[in-house]
Design a protein around this ligand. Structure first.
Ligand code: SF4
Length: 279
């Protein structure tokens, strides 16, 4: 399956399984969305949604937020991650929106990124969700999921992932693809334990294909003879060699032959690691 086929398949099945892909942040207007997205960095949407009702009651407009200092904002957001920094950023962003942009959240990606606390990803989320501007923000979920499926290649930065994904799908679906991938990463292709057995993308997923290609467990090994066993040389050993495979993943190897086809004698499982992207 080519990357183009994978991309088409992924979009298709995720659309079927996630019928209403949209942000889980609660907001009423671009100002509230901007605040919620800034607060959501390194924090869950659920946690942000707990604090924003009270925050927006205290500061219902960007002008109201622009009039206070960071301490006043901090008091309402102390339970989110990095509240000091975020309070400072929100106060600065509100002031700049009022002073420079006449109290309107700018639509332009460049202008958005001049606001304190607003990086490339936040700017794209706001532009895409609030103003329907074609954007494909890459967060940790999008980065992990697209690398695992094999939608991107040698993409070790969010900018590379974004560029490759934009080449795979037409701009009309970028926003939708962003939400589908986030929700898929949040509920199915989770960082610690992806739920491949129930995943609709599995038939197109490289990570799953590599998992299934691992050798089956062995039940004929004797842990008393050594911690590891290499069938190619019929060799038990305790001190393995380390080798890096062609995907750049460190693997346990037989110190005699350097074969990476090695088993853990205590579990009977292959020690082969499939390259993963657990961010
Ligand atoms: S098959 Fe597994 S790794 Fe691949 S997308 Fe689904 S959950 Fe993620």
């Amino acid at each position: 399956m080519t990357r183009t086929d994978r991309a088409a398949f992924t979009l298709d099945v995720l659309r079927q399984h996630i019928p209403a892909p949209q942000t889980e942040l609660c907001y009423e207007n671009p100002y509230e969305l901007l605040v919620a997205v800034v607060l959501s960095a390194q924090c869950t949407d659920a946690r942000v949604n707990l604090v924003t009702p009270q925050l927006f009651e205290a500061f219902p407009t960007v002008e109201a937020m622009a009039e206070v200092d960071a301490d006043a904002i901090f008091a309402h957001i102390r339970s989110v991650s990095y509240p000091n920094n975020k309070a400072r950023h929100l106060a600065g962003a509100a002031r700049r929106i009022v002073d420079v942009y006449g109290g309107e959240v700018p639509r332009d990606l460049e202008a958005l990124q001049t606001l304190p606390g607003v990086g490339r990803k936040t700017a794209q989320v706001v532009a895409s969700v609030a103003f329907d501007i074609a954007a494909l923000p890459v967060d940790t979920h999008v980065f992990r999921v697209t690398n695992r499926i094999g939608l991107v290649r040698k993409a070790d930065t969010v900018v590379k992932v974004e560029r490759q994904l934009k080449a795979l799908w037409p701009s009309e679906v970028w926003g939708e693809a962003h939400h589908l991938l986030i929700l898929h990463g949040r509920y199915t292709c989770t960082a610690r334990k992806p739920r491949c057995e129930v995943c609709p993308v599995a038939p197109a997923c490289l990570y799953y294909e590599r998992l299934r290609a691992l050798p089956p467990p062995r039940h004929d090994l004797d842990p008393k003879k050594g911690r590891y066993y290499a069938p190619a040389s019929d060799h038990y050993f305790d001190e393995p060699a380390l080798k890096t495979d062609r995907y750049g993943t460190p693997q346990i190897a037989d110190p005699r032959t350097h074969s990476m086809n090695v088993y853990d004698t205590r579990t009977g499982l292959s020690t082969r690691k499939v390259p993963d992207f657990r961010v």
